[in-house]
Design a protein around this ligand. Sequence first.
Ligand code: PLP
Length: 460
Amino acid sequence: MFTAEEKKRIPYKIYLSESELPRAWYNLRADMKNKPAPLLNAATKAPITKEELAPVFCDELIEQELNDTDAYFPIPEEIVDFYKMYRPAPLIRAYCLEEKLGTPAKIYYKFEGNNTSGSHKLNSAIAQAYYAKKQGLKGVTTETGAGQWGTALSMACSYFGLDCKVYMVKCSYEQKPFRREVMRVYGANVTPSPSMETEVGRKINAEHPGTSGSLGCAISEAVEAAQNLDGYRYVLGSVLNQVMLHQTVIGLETKTAMDKYGVKPDVIIGCAGGGSNLGGLIAPFMGEKLRGEADYRFIAVEPASCPSFTRGKFAYDYCDTGMICPLAKMCTLGSDFIPAPNHSGGLRYHGMNPILSQLYADGLMEAVTVQQTEVFAAAEEFARVEGILPAPESSHAIKVAIDEALKCKETGEEKVILFGLTGTGYFDMYAYEKFHDGKMENYIPTDEEIAKGQRNLPNV
Ligand SMILES: *Cc1c(COP(=O)(O)O)cnc(C)c1O
């Protein structure tokens, strides 16, 4: 257990000052010996060029996406100014949770839920909206699953006076009407996906009548809309290297805060949907590991219902159901994989960020899966002592952090555990209700279902 002196030395909340905000994002690829494989043109299977990406993505974001040599990208002043509204985010020492668990482990979490969008997604949304505005565009299109990304992007677009068109996975559109309304508060146009507005939406509706939709399918619709609308580009809230790049503000702040107090984490844990928060949190620490300066254990936590790292293939795959996007080499369940509807909303994507996929394939990172009901049990245990009502996605990391802390209780080890608390769960009360009423089910896809999702992996 912690001592009174320790409590005096390390505050519950470690806040950095405005002047300690990171001024550059860190590009982990610069320190990787095995670089992630290049994105390929889905038709020619040749590495994709900037020119080919230009009709879909914003120019500066393409530069960031393809750059695997420059270690730092300065954060434009306009973005730093926006960050100042809600950053630096606090790093919290979970004294209350430690006490409750009776563990000698020292637990820290970086809390990203202190903004209206309720998650870390705003860190990249504001950057992407800024570059779109700078390019003189009228607006952007995107998809959203659970709704956090759509909300963050709506806020960012309204700040810069851009139009925002969101394709929201149909089941979320129906299950989370309040999320939808928050987006509309910020002026976004929200369409349930698959819709009848796009060619790919009409095709998917015809092939799967009554489908509740998927992220892969909403992405296809958003990409098609961006290509057909004059002055629009497509933006994405996870998976891409540029998104992970922007999210490194999380890890950079965390590292500064820990260094300030002379604390070094032994194990770093994050939930993984497309990998952006996990990648952003671990990047500066992984950089040290890659350069041989320090060693850490990294654990990705994914839902058992959508296990891209642990049961996926490391192969080139389509990023979307409509097969319009470039091919990425990643840990994937196949773009045909449609996960069972569950409440880990933001963790239901079939693939994983290419940088993290490469690190995982090279044995530099571990991954585990957890079941939905144990995640909610951990969420409540956490909420009751730490006060914050966590998002279901974030609670995957909580579950594994608690498990690690309990292992320390058995062995008596005083490990330092760090995890990312990506957001709050106020729009997920329907899921909490199901959990309380004993109606929440766990789902593990069979090997056959996974093989089926992967049957159309492209031949590369
Ligand atoms: C979107 C989301 C995630 C998962 O996305 P990553 O790109 O894997 O970080 C996790 N937590 C919250 C709260 C989210 O909104």
